[in-house]
Design a protein around this ligand. Structure first.
Ligand code: GLA
Length: 389
């Protein structure tokens, strides 16, 4: 990969002397979906799939971006003091947002850079290609300009700020945190209320994680995501009248059941119910994994899917079909939609010996039903963002 980046950099920018190479991973979330902006827990892992950058300093104040994935866009140029979101700048709004978020914190760039990007996370798959690009940029800036006081957790927060306030998606912290803080062979059990976290080894005995890409991305994803977040905020306001809570993540299932009559709007009720129950499921799932109880872990994943489908309403027909096919196979311990939803990927725990059967079965049935090609990734859990060279 690195040789390829060197070659391509030389082709695009005429020289590859003194370039630095960085990587930031995508993530798969095992359980704890739509809990991160509700003060709940999440349980993601960083992947070996991710986004690479080759970077060279410039003496002027231009940033010249080029993506091997969007080669047709050519070089997209930005001045370091000319940072505003613009539809014409396409994917570069993500790194630009990160530069903007650094500047907002008083950390200014003193010169420009040539930046070549290559990513192998399928766009729109729900595996956080944009968060990985944000974390990657955060790391490049820290390293290039010697922003020593910026920690990897700060890089995650800066990436989230860029996504929320520059790019207009009100996401939580999970994706950027997983990309910045991932650990090989471990999932991150993160309390999004406090940002306290713990690494849990992902040991699945004779099973493995398989990600299935539905290759479906429904439109209006960002606006539907922001709507869900607003529903939860409205439900919280109502519940706060009777319960002394800061977030929905503060409620146990019993407390929610006692307080729920205040939620007369059935939509708000369903959204809040998901947020509360999913958080408790995530805590149980982490304990199940630590106790080597993989069947219980799988069952909690299945329950998570049902709740995301029926109460949170962020699944779709194609993804539901993939999950239901997986549930029918005796060698599957658990399967659910992963990520923001409205398409994207499922995550399944499958007996290793049945990995092939699983893929064949889903590929064939999915193709027959929707005429679509499902893609599979055997999840390899890796470390968080880092400089490679
Ligand atoms: C997207 C967001 C995350 C999180 C998930 C749903 O990936 O970026 O912050 O809310 O959706 O769990």
């Amino acid at each position: 990969m690195i040789t390829r980046l060197y070659k391509e950099f030389n082709k695009v920018f005429d020289s590859n002397d003194d370039i630095r190479v960085y990587f930031a991973p995508g993530r798969v979330n095992l359980i704890g979906e739509h809990t991160d902006y509700n003060g709940g827990h999440v349980f993601p892992c960083a992947l070996t799939l991710g986004t690479y950058a080759a970077v060279k300093d410039r003496t002027d104040d231009k940033i010249c971006f080029y993506s091997m994935t969007f080669a047709d866009d050519g070089i997209i140029e930005t001045g370091i003091s000319d940072l505003h979101p613009s539809a014409a700048d396409g994917w570069t709004n993500y790194p630009k947002g990160v530069i903007w978020a650094y500047e907002k914190r008083g950390m200014k760039l003193t010169h420009g850079m040539d930046i070549l990007i290559y990513g192998n996370i399928p766009n729109g798959s729900g595996l956080s290609s944009s968060a990985s690009l944000e974390v990657l940029t955060g790391l490049i800036l820290k390293d290039t300009f010697g922003f020593e006081s910026v920690s990897m957790v700060d890089i995650a927060l800066i990436g989230q700020d860029a996504e929320n306030n520059f790019n207009g998606c009100n996401c939580g912290i999970m994706d950027q945190f997983a990309s910045a803080m991932g650990k090989k062979s471990h999932a991150i059990f993160l309390d999004t209320n406090t940002l306290n976290y713990e690494y849990a080894p992902v040991k699945l005995k004779d099973a493995q994680i398989i990600i299935t890409n539905s290759n479906v991305k429904h439109s209006l994803v960002d606006s539907a995501y922001n709507d869900r977040r607003r529903d939860c905020e409205n439900a919280l306001k109502i519940l706060q009248k009777t319960c002394g809570i800061r977030t929905l993540g503060d409620l146990s299932e019993e407390q929610f059941e006692d307080a729920k009559t205040a939620l007369s709007d059935p939509v708000l009720y369903k959204r809040a119910k998901h947020a509360v129950y999913e958080n408790q499921r995530t805590i149980r799932a982490k304990n199940a994994l630590q106790n080597n109880d993989i069947p219980l872990f799988g069952k909690l994943m299945n329950d998570s899917h049902t709740s995301l489908r029926d109460d949170y309403e962020v699944s779709c027909t194609e993804v539901d079909y993939l999950v239901e096919l997986a549930w029918k196979l005796p060698q599957v311990l658990g399967s659910r939609i992963t990520g923001g939803g409205f398409g994207g990927c499922t995550v399944s725990i499958v007996e290793t010996a049945a990995a092939e059967i699983f893929q064949e079965n889903l590929r064939k049935a999915y193709q027959e039903k929707f005429g679509l090609n499902a893609e599979f990734y055997l999840a390899d859990i890796d470390n968080g963002a880092r400089r490679l060279l």
